[in-house]
Design a binder for this molecule. Structure first.
Ligand SMILES: Cc1cc2nc3c(=O)[nH]c(=O)nc-3n(C[C@H](O)[C@H](O)[C@H](O)COP(=O)(O)OP(=O)(O)OC[C@H]3O[C@@H](n4cnc5c(N)ncnc54)[C@H](O)[C@@H]3O)c2cc1C
Length: 388
């Protein structure tokens, strides 16, 4: 099905088997605030690398998987079948970075990220700048052979495990005054401190703290690309990550659909299995029907990127995939809770965990509303038939 090649099927099967290895650790992670013992997590990360599931999006010549976009989707889909972010060990470092990184940055950041020795986090969002990234107030001011960075960043995912941060700021002074720029900040660095670590809806080991950067001095060598390039990188990252969000949502919906079907076929009420009741059967049918449509859309978007589809068209299609797959997975999780009845409200149940965890997929990497604005904007500019 889906016209997958032998190689596609092979990496998909490896990822599926690995996800099945991770699933038994979900309840322990849920009970322990997301934190498995360090040696267990290290073992999972090592296994992801051995299986070729880490850095699938990075160039082979730098040690990455060099996989097609479709294969990246297939891997992330399987990782999405696992709750509590245990699948994040199959990490995807910033795929836009090698093309713009200096030789020194390749050695200090790109290669270690690919080998799993260093991990990144993104410090872009601020208290008054989320959907509207252009509204950021963080500043970068040239000072001799360095820049001074200042700003307070929100929701910095994985700050607690990261070795370096991408920090986006507005240039103050100089020829590019007011434009955006992106910097690499080693962690820890003097002047970088956690303001607080709020609790979030999901139970995962990766925190999302508010982080203050106060007169953080980074060498000019840590500027990514050129002054003024900051927003272009953010858009490139959004495009990639939106498709990967879509992929993980497919995996979540796949797992939920399988589990709710198995339950409905065996749970008896009113004289027979609950799947015999039309209202329950309808929830099963709607879940799989939507999953089929979502998967076809995400795979076709990935194939388009592999075929070299125009970037602006891919941008719109990635928004459609993210929008539809995240909303579809939310609906599937809601139905799954309902099918499981009281059990679906227990933390030990996969439907309960996904019901909470999937909510953020409609918020991060651009909310559903922002995706709709992007899609409609492209429709008006290029015509609907350019996108679909
Ligand atoms: C768990 C989590 C992890 C995150 N990780 C990171 C991270 O690692 N790094 C990082 O930089 N950021 C991160 N974020 C931030 C995330 O990208 C933002 O929360 C998201 O982009 C929305 O921004 P906001 O929260 O400021 O909401 P706002 O922008 O304030 O939006 C509020 C509401 O208004 C709507 N809205 C806003 N503008 C428009 C518009 N133009 N048209 C229609 N509706 C609009 C939104 O859709 C939303 O419903 C994370 C967020 C969460 C929750």
């Amino acid at each position: 099905m889906y016209g997958l090649s032998e190689e596609d099927l092979a990496i998909q099967a490896r990822a599926r088997d690995f996800a099945d290895e991770l699933i038994p650790f979900e309840e322990q992670a849920e009970d322990c605030g997301g934190d498995l013992p360090a040696d267990v997590t290290a073992g999972h990360a090592k296994r992801a690398r051995e299986l070729g599931l880490h850095s699938t999006n990075m160039p082979a010549e730098l040690g990455g998987g060099g996989c097609t976009t479709l294969q990246q989707v297939l891997v992330q889909e399987q990782m999405g079948r696992v709750t509590n972010a245990l699948g994040w060990v199959a990490a995807t470092p910033p795929s836009w970075l090698p093309a713009v990184a200096t030789a020194d940055q390749i050695e200090r950041y790109v290669r270690p990220a690919i080998s799993g020795d260093r991990e990144e986090c993104y410090a872009i969002t601020e208290e008054a700048a989320g959907s509207d990234v252009d509204a950021i107030e963080a500043t970068a001011q040239r000072d001799g052979d360095a820049y001074l960075l200042n700003g307070v960043k929100w929701h910095v995912t994985s700050y607690n495990t990261a070795d370096f941060a991408f920090f986006q700021a507005r240039l103050r002074g100089g020829p590019n005054d007011g434009e955006h720029a992106m910097f690499l900040v080693d962690l820890p660095s003097p002047g970088v401190r956690v303001v607080r670590t709020p609790a979030y809806t999901h139970t995962i080991s990766h925190h999302h703290p508010i982080v203050a950067f106060t007169d953080v001095r980074v060498p000019v060598a840590n500027l990514v690309g050129a002054e003024g390039d900051g927003m272009a990188f953010a858009y490139e990252w959004f495009r990639f990550e939106r498709l990967m969000v879509a992929a993980r949502c497919l995996g979540a919906a796949d797992r939920l659909t399988a589990e709710m079907t198995a339950f409905a076929a065996t749970r008896r009420a009113g004289g027979g299995p609950i799947s015999d009741h039309g209202l329950v059967a309808g929830m099963l049918a709607d879940a799989l029907t939507e999953l089929f449509a979502a998967r076809a859309m995400a795979y076709e978007t990935a194939r388009g990127i592999d075929r070299g589809t125009d970037t602006k068209v891919s941008h719109g299609q990635c928004s459609m995939a993210k929008l539809y797959c995240s909303e579809m997975a939310g609906r599937v999780a809601d139905r799954a809770v309902q099918v499981f009845g009281g059990r679906g409200y227990m933390r030990e149940n996969v439907a309960e965990r996904f019901y909470r965890e999937l909510r953020v997929e409609r918020i991060w990497e651009g909310t559903s509303e922002i995706q709709r604005m992007i899609i409609a904007g492209q429709m008006v500019k290029r015509g609907p038939s350019a996108l679909a």
